[in-house]
Design a protein around this ligand. Structure first.
Ligand code: COA
Ligand code: AMP
Length: 647
């Protein structure tokens, strides 16, 4: 169906259709060509081996090192003086340019420190870091020596960090004394110490970057001072060569929300990852080596891994590491200031950032003073790009605004509008067309492909392309169950949507309990686990409620145990605090509502879908299977008393 749609669509000036058709005709030839831009220690003889791994492995006999490609080879090529990283931190008033040569020196020194701490190839290293250059040095130092990094976003609480420590069992943890959120200083060290105490698996050492905004007390025997250790290694001119690794060796584990409170450790390899990312920089983002590319995300998210760190550096661009927010640091002109000051050609962020800017500065008055003559494109991802926000961004910037759809699991866009190949006409509300490598199909419940414009489950025919997850860390069976069993022969994206008759993909929402809060992926199941563990709670349900700024925010409904005499407001406040304490502020869980009962079907299933429609102010119909229709009125009533919109 998709192929037919594509034949019908305007062939125009874009090279997209011929490129996609070329990939379809000869996937291995396509990726073999793409692989030529990578500097291999031993180039691949075999491109894909379907007999390896869960669904096959890419470049199984190649030998490479990601750090070599992201750093050393640019220095060897004579580009050592070119800027690799621009660190722009309005929250600390710091700007720093780091050349490729300096990056090499920093990474090599840190790699030496890691080796001294006993880290060797295949060991895991967790990073719990704010947006500082040392976070990037840490990731690359791991890549250099073949250690597997796992970055944990700073907005997660100690308990979440502990869960990841127990799963990854890191030999070393890299952290900093604090992060800075707007004008608030968040001490990381107590969170780190708390997590280590909670975890069963104890690291052998922690390397702590002391920041002057809040110097941490060194409380445990595990701690080493980052700056002192790295300075000593630099002074000693320690040389740490890039370790030759199998292309299929893991580069990193990135935990993402699963359908329960237990996060999934997405495993990324070295070779396929570099090949896919380098292909996207040229063909999708349409940037050239040496240009300034800015992903305004966080290194704790997949966008940060792929487009702050690996893709721009492997491709030889300058990347921006921005420690600030779209608003409030100091105002809604922050993005324009950074883009203009550093000559950014392409910005990648989440729609929520633009909604935030628009709310503060609807006429984009703060854009006017800035020269954005180098600025060519805005890419949006992380959540559905609502047409209103896209149109506003187009109108104020006057450049292509490209929605593209991807997931932590895939590491790069499943669907997008490939500027490098020539832009296709934009249809607002659609991330455009599948990228080469992805045979995207919409399936019905029986796993059959549905006609154009019909909603269904969006799935990708196996094998997945290079750069996508190879498995889940320590959980191959969970990988099969989560992604591969629902539709045999396909990867189940857990997104629902449709493909129109021009082959454009429309992604409308998740089919599981994942919600998207300010571009951050969260599991409502995980929040329900926290609520259910409160001694006063008998049962609960958490749903994602539409929010003008964040897209969605969680809202919890709880039924208290019989005979509970404490004031409900007191318990509600405790529940809000518990989610913040156990999951973290990033959950943005601010509303818990005590109700007498939850609406259920006669077979006892909680009617979350209908509750969500009521809370979103959408029209809804009474489910035929409901146990007691009055229970839904009670939900509306409870929401109304809190001033929330009700349908
Ligand atoms: N460390 C500690 N706390 C953090 C944190 C971090 N790295 N990141 C966020 N938090 C905290 C925030 O301070 C906030 O705390 P609060 O409840 O005490 O105010 C809470 O987590 C929720 O954060 P967030 O949802 O980001 O809300 P916000 O009001 O601070 O900012 C936006 C709203 C829209 C400006 C912001 O979410 C944003 O810039 N989003 C872009 C999304 C993005 O980069 N997504 C990545 C994929 S592209
Ligand atoms: P994450 O793994 O955090 O990147 O979140 C992935 C999920 O975010 C996807 O499964 C989608 O539900 C949603 N998502 C990301 N990008 C888009 C997009 N461009 N359009 C619609 N949904 C998106």
């Amino acid at each position: 169906m998709l192929a037919q749609g594509m034949e019908r669509a305007d062939q125009g000036a874009s090279r997209y259709y011929e490129t996609y058709a070329r990939w379809r005709r000869d996937p291995e030839g396509f990726w073999a060509d793409a692989a030529r831009v990578i500097d291999w220690f031993e180039p691949p003889q075999r491109i894909f081996d379907p007999s390896l791994g869960v669904y096959g492995r890419w470049f199984p006999d190649a030998i490479c090192n990601t750090c070599h490609n992201a750093v050393d080879r640019h220095v060897i090529a004579g580009r050592g003086a070119d800027t690799a990283i621009i660190y722009d931190s309005p929250v600390t008033g710091t700007k720093r340019r780091i050349s490729y040569l300096e990056l090499q020196q920093e990474v090599e020194a840190l790699a030496a420190v890691l080796l001294d701490l006993g880290v060797t190839r295949g060991d895991r290293v967790i990073l719990y870091m704010p947006m500082v250059p040392e976070a990037v040095f840490g990731m690359l130092a791991c890549a250099r020596i073949g250690a597997i990094h796992s970055v944990v976003f700073g907005g997660f609480a100690a308990k979440e960090l502990a869960t990841r420590i127990d799963d990854a069992k890191p030999k070393v943890i890299l952290s900093a004394s604090c992060g800075i959120e707007g004008n608030r200083i968040i001490s990381y060290k107590p969170l780190l110490d708390g997590a280590i105490e909670l975890a069963m698996a104890k690291p052998a050492a922690c390397l702590i970057l002391q920041r002057p905004q809040a110097v941490a007390a060194v409380t445990t025997g595990l701690d080493h001072d980052w700056s002192e250790s790295a300075a000593a290694a630099r002074q000693a001119k320690r040389q740490v060569p890039c370790v030759p690794l199998a292309a299929t060796d893991p580069l990193y584990i990135l935990y993402t929300s699963g359908t329960t409170g237990r996060p999934k450790g997405v495993v990324r390899d070295n070779g396929g990852h570099m090949v896919a990312l380098a292909w996207t920089m040229d063909n999708h983002y349409g940037v050239a080596p040496g240009e300034v590319f800015w992903a305004a995300s966080d290194v704790g998210w997949v966008v940060g891994h792929s487009y702050i760190v690996y893709a721009p550096l492997v491709y030889g661009c300058t990347t921006i590491l921005y420690e600030g927010k779209p608003i409030g640091t100091p105002d809604a002109g922050a993005f324009w200031r950074v883009a203009s000051e550093h000559g950014v050609c392409s910005l990648f962020t989440a729609p929520t950032a633009f909604r935030a800017i628009r709310k503060e500065d609807p006429e984009a008055k703060l854009l006017k003073p800035y020269d954005l003559s180098k600025f060519r494109s805005l890419f949006l991802a992380g959540e559905r790009a609502d047409p209103d926000t896209v149109k506003w961004a187009e109108s104020i910037l006057g450049v292509p605004v490209i929605d593209h759809w991807w997931q932590t699991e895939t590491g790069w866009a499943i669907a997008g509008n490939p500027l490098g190949l020539g832009a296709l006409p934009v249809k607002h509300g659609s991330p455009t067309v599948p990228m080469p490598g992805y045979d995207v199909q919409v399936l019905d419940e029986g796993g059959r492909s549905v006609p154009a414009d019909v909603m269904g489950a969006i799935a990708v025919k196996l094998p997945l392309p290079p750069g996508t997850l190879t498995t889940l860390w320590n959980a191959e069976e969970r990988f099969r169950e989560s992604y591969l069993t629902a539709y045999p022969g396909f990867y189940n994206t857990s997104d629902a949507g449709y493909i129109d008759s021009d082959g454009y993909v429309f992604v409308m929402g998740r089919t599981d309990d994942i919600i998207n809060v300010a571009g951050h992926r969260l599991s409502t199941g995980g929040m329900e686990e926290v609520l259910a563990s409160h001694p006063a709670v008998a049962e609960c349900a958490v749903i994602g409620v539409r929010d003008e700024l964040k897209g969605e925010v969680p809202c919890g409904f709880v039924v208290l145990k019989a005979g509970m005499s404490r004031p409900p407001q007191e318990i509600e406040a405790e529940l809000v605090a518990a989610v913040r304490e156990r999951i973290g502020p990033v959950a943005a869980f601010k509303v818990a509502v005590v109700v007498d009962r939850l609406p259920k079907t006669r077979s006892g299933k909680i009617l979350r879908g209908t509750m969500k429609k009521i809370a979103d102010g959408e029209p809804w119909t009474m489910p035929a299977t409901i146990e007691d229709p009055a229970s839904l009125d009670e939900i509306s009533g409870a929401l109304k008393t809190r001033g929330l919109p009700v349908g």
